[in-house]
Design a protein around this ligand. Sequence first.
Ligand code: NAI
Ligand code: MG
Length: 479
Amino acid sequence: MELRTKLLIGGEWVAGSSRFQTLNPATEETIAEVEEAGAGEVDLAVRSAREAFESPKWRHMDPHRRAALLWTLADLVERNAEFIAATETRDNGKPLFESSKVDIPFVVANLRYFAGWADKLTGDVIPVSGGFLNYTLREPIGVIGAIVPWNFPLNIASWKLAPALACGNAVILKPAEQTPLTALLLGELALEAGFPPGILNVIPGRGPITGQALVEHPDVDKICFTGSTSTGRLVMRTAAEGPKKVSLELGGKSPNVVFADADLDAAVRGALTGIFYGKGEVCAAGSRLLVERSVHDELVEKLASKASSMSVGDPTDPKTRIGALVSAEQRDKVLGYIEAGHQDGAKLVAGGNQADVNGRGYFVEATVFDAVDSSMRIAREEIFGPVLATLTFDGLEDAVDIANRTIYGLAAGVWTRDVGKAHRFARDVQAGTVWVNTYNRYDPASPFGGFKQSGFGRDLGEIALQEYTQTKSVWVALD
Ligand code: NAI
Ligand code: MG
């Protein structure tokens, strides 16, 4: 494969109305100049998607044939996994072991999982009053606009398009302007797999230009969005004009809670992956570590020493655990929060600075603050970087109370050997995902999404099919 830089619309590679550069955040070098879809190209993509969606070739395709197309696409991604993973790492700055061992294999597994649903979208027969047969059909929604972020570029794209295509929709994918390259590769493989032209369109571009035009377009039936809470709010407001359907997966400030009876070494490992995996640019990052008072000193000491020895640097080096933040903007935002931590009186116990890696790239050290309380900015706001805020609690009730003291509700972790305590915490915490004695686990079959201001609607799992189908109730008079 080679890098693609044009827009994929209606099965053709076409020019945009402007261009933008995407760079490698580990070297600050430009990787490619990519075409940007303006309002005109967005309109063309929507018309292509609509035509492809209405075409009998797609509408009346046997469901198991749709399944086969998704399986073929999964095989093609698997065959090209090395190049796709390397491209993801260049474009995003994440360690190569993450792209090659996690991100891209997840895309493959996810395409296969949803391929399996394509011919299993059954309706119900409903016992109604009178002499009638009533049944339901589950039909595709139509043209889906998928707007995805830069932290898991191809992975989150697959969270949207695998179920959307399995259910028989047409998709317009708008990758983030920081990381457009792997979405274009996927577009090429979808053509090769044999999806009809126009069923998957890929239109890179900046949010306020391409994203906004897609959300505004009257002939887009639904927007599926993952990104920041502030942009999600804007997307929903714009979509209200239609009104068009929306589902939103937004930010988080997830608590990772360690009780005194936990396996403390496992909890330390869980705290580290919870915040430092993906450089902390993870919506479900365990960015607030809550530690029970009696084990606080021991745990924080272990944590600080491990964090201080984490290797920050070249993402292509297999020993690297923390790569480059996605952009200079994101680095500055993270450094701003470290400054805020100092100002608000938190105690720095690890990291706290930019990391110098051959004088280039947007690197920040693995940073841990202790003595944080819930009123501090580093405990309230999504930092989206390798910065952990440690808080102390006394007992289960206090842990739940502090855990829930946030506008967000995406995920939570709990570490304890007491089964009852684990389940009580899981019941009482306000979060869409709860991890017990583990963190950052995902599977195509398990639902993912937010409580509270972390959004609504669910990605992954059988429940995601609800986001991409609509129910029709059919009445038949029997006499
Ligand atoms: P963002 O939410 O603005 O970007 C996400 C996607 O939305 C991108 O594809 C972007 O092009 C698009 N977009 C932006 N403005 C749009 C608009 N007006 N209409 C339609 N689409 C639009 O996030 P951004 O600015 O890249 O990052 C800012 C902060 O957001 C980060 O520092 C982080 O805190 C948070 N974030 C959270 C994510 C999550 O998964 N929860 C993912 C990315 C960012
Ligand atoms: Mg890039």
